[in-house]
Design a protein around this ligand. Structure first.
Ligand code: BEZ
Length: 227
């Protein structure tokens, strides 16, 4: 595939699809509606790392909802298997999982979203068929892909990091800022390089210049720290 034809690049419109989920059938673009969406896949139902991950996402769901983010999982198993597994996830993690999980037994959607890694020999089922990898897509309300991640089967993801990226993207969409390494909500932000010093004086009063190309400002919408 030529790089500019890859439909899953950042800035592409997330491919639409119809699917059965544990919360009923969906058409993906209708499901997105006016929300942000985190679409994430995991290798298979009833696997240990995945069981912990889905528990973490269920616990974080109120934080995603506060940010107008819907979460939706996917694994290449059928609906009945998903529903049985959710009982285990709830029991093991002491949660009440409320988001949909796509049933993708025929791997149609995981193929559409390039979630099957045929080259990763650590991620094969008993028949030698690749599992879905731990993919993450952050999709905005315009249905544009804003982040993609691919983790190995052996490593559970850090969903606080996914939340942190949502915060950074949403803040950057509203304000002419970027966020530095290890930034978290409430920390100082970076004035976008396209903002002149004259504009910055109005937009970010008291901004600090470390280098002409590196200017910090208080995160918009938060009060300056009091001592
Ligand atoms: C897991 O979720 O624990 C897992 C899934 C597939 C391969 C290895 C680990």
């Amino acid at each position: 595939m030529s790089p500019d034809r890859n439909p899953l690049r950042l800035g592409s419109i997330a491919p639409d699809f119809e699917a059965e989920t544990t919360e009923g059938p969906i058409k993906f673009h209708d499901f997105i509606g006016n929300s942000w969406v985190i679409l994430f896949s995991h290798p298979a139902d009833f696997t240990p790392v995945c069981t912990t991950e889905l528990g973490v996402v269920a616990r974080l769901q109120p934080k995603f909802q506060e940010r107008n983010v819907k979460v939706i999982g996917l694994s290449a198993n059928g609906l009945e298997s998903h529903k049985d597994w959710i009982k285990d996830i709830n029991e093991v993690n002491d949660v009440d999982l409320q988001f949909p999980i796509i049933a993708d037994a025929d791997r149609k959607i995981s193929t559409l979203y390039d979630m099957l890694d045929y080259q990763d020999l650590t991620n094969l089922d008993a028949k030698g068929i690749p599992f879905t990898v731990r993919s993450v897509f952050i999709i905005d309300p315009k249905k544009t892909i804003r982040l993609t991640l691919s983790y190995p089967a052996s490593t559970g993801r850090n969903f606080d990091e996914i939340l942190r990226v949502v915060d950074s993207l949403q803040l950057g969409d509203k304000n002419r800022i970027t966020t530095p390494a290890n930034w978290k909500h409430g920390d100082d932000v970076i004035v976008h390089p396209s903002v002149s010093n004259e504009e910055a004086a109005t937009l970010f009063p008291g901004f600090k210049t470390v280098k002409p190309y590196l200017r910090f400002a208080t995160q918009p919408g938060t009060q300056p720290a009091t001592i």
